[in-house]
Ligand binder design. Structure first.
Ligand code: MN
Length: 150
């Protein structure tokens, strides 16, 4: 009976949500984001690959609750986002907001001011790759206002 209920739940939700209502994503959600002061709303970070002198990259899984997003910011060495679950948003300063879905790849050039986060009505997860370490630092700027986000 339990197996049937689980199957029904997965069918109804299209496999997007688990029974607990958590976003179904390939990597664990991890801890509350230690950089939360640079974000609006609740986000989680799971550090997947620490920086080292062989790969010169830092890779982490970032999970955003509905409506959560980064502040405006820029990366001096650029950033690559691999979208794994949910629906998200991405915007470069002066350009239109883009809708992000699982399978999307976003290449953010060095020093381009931008933000990324969840859609207002969907959780969202992406893998963040910071390449070119140690010559890649993040400059955090002002929060994305509700007017800019909507
Ligand atoms: Mn970024």
């Amino acid at each position: 009976m339990k197996k049937i209920l689980l199957l029904l739940t997965l069918l109804i939700t299209g496999g997007t949500l688990t029974m607990a209502g958590e976003l179904n994503q390939p990597f664990a959600k991890g801890e509350i984001n230690p950089y939360s002061q640079y974000f609006t709303g609740t986000t989680h970070l799971n550090r997947l690959v620490a920086k080292d002198e062989v790969f010169n990259s830092s890779i982490g899984n970032v999970t955003f609750e509905k409506g959560a997003r980064t502040n405006w910011h820029k990366h001096s060495g650029g950033q690559i986002l691999l979208v794994t679950a949910g629906e998200g948003r991405y915007q470069e300063k002066g350009k239109e907001i883009q809708i992000l879905k699982a399978g999307d790849v976003v290449k953010i050039p060095p020093n381009v001011e931008h933000w990324h986060g969840a859609a207002p009505d969907s959780e969202f997860a992406h893998i963040s790759i910071e390449p070119n370490l140690p010559n890649n630092s993040t400059t955090w700027l002002e929060a994305v206002t509700d007017e800019q986000y909507k």
